[in-house]
Design a binder for this molecule. Structure first.
Ligand code: FUL
Length: 616
């Protein structure tokens, strides 16, 4: 990583006075005593590295969550699974890669090791891998070679959190193990373009604490794969802050959010009280308090299904084309990059429902953006705040989408803009926005027009506009699957409390307990149920979301049958979707008791957006 240390404020100002702007590649340290205006001016001149720029230009990356969880039907394994469970019956790397390519994806990241520690390659450093499975092959090799065959880039996901490695928590020992595994992945599988280090750790406050050697990790990557970007716990690419496909309205690539690999990141983050989930990561107000600034663009990771791993029960919940296209607009179209997960099945292929949807998505995006109706829309123009620029539109063209791009190789600058169309001699505003960055897409009702103009209302220094494009994106109907498994009833009773908010079929209304006592629900009559569902508050890091629980059933409210041991709602913090828990067989019950054992904030209350039972 190149750190450009600024010698003195005077030298910055001098070098800016000429026509050649001084840039700060990836990182700028703010000189002491700099005023807010000076800090904002520096922010406008922080630029990406070549790797970061090329990564953002790819726009679409596919994620493959595949591993032992595929065979245990779980989202997080505990590391105690037998490797023998990993048994793809018809693994087909070409089918997987070709399906993703048809979706328009340029890079594929494979979960080489998830939190359970099971390695999809025959690592020399553990027995917990494919080498001790009936499959015996090397999934990393198969996928990386298929990527090379089909002209698509390859990336690796290596979970730092490892629930299998005995050395996990014994920091120096595990760091050595981790770097050994990383070295295998970066040495034996050709070019690796992205290295993804997941930030999740669910061990809780009493679990093992591992202190990672990020400096050594970064050095290993720079040495073995100098063209790779590092994501999430890495310092090139930032997590967008949720797993639902939603980018921010104002998405800044230049932010004071210090990547975790920086030694002083903890201090820098806590001084500004920010992390990846904070809504504002780049406003003037925030950056004027910054001591350091980073080029740290976001990546929007989301799954095509409710879970990250394949679950047969989710075949009916594959996202609709409309939903995927909306996600494209709120990620790529909001200055982020889309990382869409498509989990291979137990066979070891992309499920036909997913592959059909991917092809629809790929075709939709390439057709919608094939024809640009703006004339000379890619003539570069420099605009200061208050300035505008207009372009002619092909006569008679029906348009409903504008694409704006900044030349981010010179920094990200636009803070507020308006788009107007000249329709029958009158300028009509069809879109307004804050940031543009690499790409901004705005949709509006279809129309014809003679001209388009873009007004830059506010900018940090002069904005370098690379493109003004106009397109027609066909309207799509929604055929999103609704999660039908969950039934709740307002006739049920919650013992000792008014439980309407968790039984009203409205996930916006949240029931909050007054303590951590178990929740008892009276179904009013004896019902045959297959399980229950818990829907948490719909935002990352919400207070009171249950992470660990125990559940019991009863016919009379006095004699209880414990259903399972202590259980975990895996990955509920980052992906707060409905948790459908099936008991394995039908039970006749009248009462259900949910006992919270741990919540996301370790607080003294817990919350439920909806509670229901599964009957079929
Ligand atoms: C999270 C993990 O815990 C999930 O299992 C998944 O891998 C997702 C992409 O990141 O942090």
């Amino acid at each position: 990583m190149k750190k450009i240390i600024i010698p003195s404020l005077l030298s910055i100002l001098l070098s800016c006075a000429g026509s050649n702007e001084q840039y700060f590649e990836k990182h700028a340290i703010i000189p002491q005593g700099a005023t807010s205006e000076e800090i904002i001016d520096i922010a406008a001149r922080v630029t990406p590295t070549r790797n970061q720029l090329e990564w953002q230009q790819m726009e679409l990356t596919a994620f493959l969550h595949y591993g032992i969880n595929t065979y245990t039907n779980r989202e997080w394994g505990d590391g105690k699974e037998s490797p023998e469970l990993f048994n793809p019956t018809a693994f087909d790397a070409d089918q997987i890669v070709k399906s993703l390519k048809a979706g328009g994806f340029k890079l594929i990241i494979l979960t080489c090791k998830h939190h359970d520690g099971f390695c999809l390659w025959p690592s020399k450093f553990t027995e917990h891998s494919v080498k001790n499975s009936p499959y015996k092959g090397d999934v990393v090799k198969e996928i990386s070679e298929a990527c090379a065959r089909h002209g698509i880039k390859f990336g690796v996901y290596l979970s730092p959190w490892d629930r299998n490695a005995p050395s996990y928590g014994d920091s120096p020992k595990y760091n050595e193990y981790f770097i050994n595994q990383l070295t295998e992945l970066l040495t034996n599988y050709g070019e690796v373009s992205e290295v993804w280090f997941d930030g999740a750790c669910g061990e809780g406050p009493n679990g093992k604490v591992q202190v990672y050697d990020w400096e050594a990790v970064t050095a290993t990557i720079h040495k073995l794969q100098p063209d790779a970007v590092t994501a999430i716990c890495g310092d090139d690419v930032r997590w967008v802050g949720n797993e639902s496909g939603k980018g921010r309205e104002s998405e800044w690539n230049v932010t004071p959010l210090a990547p975790k690999v920086y030694a002083n990141s903890g201090t820098l983050r806590s001084e500004l009280n920010i992390d990846e989930t904070t809504r504002d990561l780049g406003s003037r107000e925030l950056i004027s308090k910054a001591k350091e600034l980073f080029w740290y663009a976001s990546e929007t990771d989301v799954s095509i299904r409710p879970g990250w791993f394949y679950h047969e029960s989710q075949n009916q919940y594959v996202r609709s084309l409309k939903n995927l296209v909306d996600i494209y607009f709120s990620s790529v179209g909001s200055n982020s990059s889309l990382l869409l997960n498509i989990p291979p099945t137990l066979e070891g292929k992309v499920h036909p429902i997913d592959s059909v949807r991917l092809k629809e998505f790929g075709d939709y995006i390439s057709n919608a953006f094939a024809q640009d109706y703006a004339i000379n829309g890619n003539k570069v123009v420099t605009l200061a705040a208050g300035e505008e620029c207009s372009r002619d539109i092909q006569s008679g063209a029906k348009i409903n989408c504008v694409m704006l791009q900044e030349d981010i190789s010179k920094g990200q600058r636009v803070e507020s803009f308006t788009v107007e169309l000249l329709i029958d001699g009158q300028w009509i505003a069809v879109g307004k926005g804050t940031t543009i960055g690499y790409k901004r897409l705005l949709r509006f009702p279809a129309t014809t027009a003679e001209k388009v103009r873009v007004i830059i209302n506010e900018s940090r220094r002069e904005a370098n506009i690379l493109r003004i494009g106009l397109f027609h994106c066909p309207e799509l109907g929604d055929n999103s699957a609704i999660q039908k498994e969950h039934i709740s009833s307002s006739a049920w009773e919650v013992a000792g409390s008014n439980g309407r908010k968790m039984l009203d079929n409205d996930i916006e209304t949240l029931w909050i307990s007054s303590d951590m006592q178990p929740l008892t629900i009276d179904l009013g009559q004896q019902l045959n149920i297959l399980g229950f569902s818990y829907i948490p508050a719909n935002n990352v890091n919400a207070a009171g979301t249950i992470t660990k629980y125990r559940v019991a059933i009863s016919t009379d409210g006095e004699n209880w049958q414990q259903m399972e041991g202590d259980r975990e709602f895996e990955n509920i913090r980052n992906n707060p979707i409905a948790q459908n828990v099936r008991f394995g067989q039908s039970h006749s019950v009248r009462y259900l008791r949910l006992e919270p054992l741990e919540t996301t904030d370790n607080g003294s209350t817990f919350s439920v957006a909806e509670f229901g039972v599964i009957v079929k």
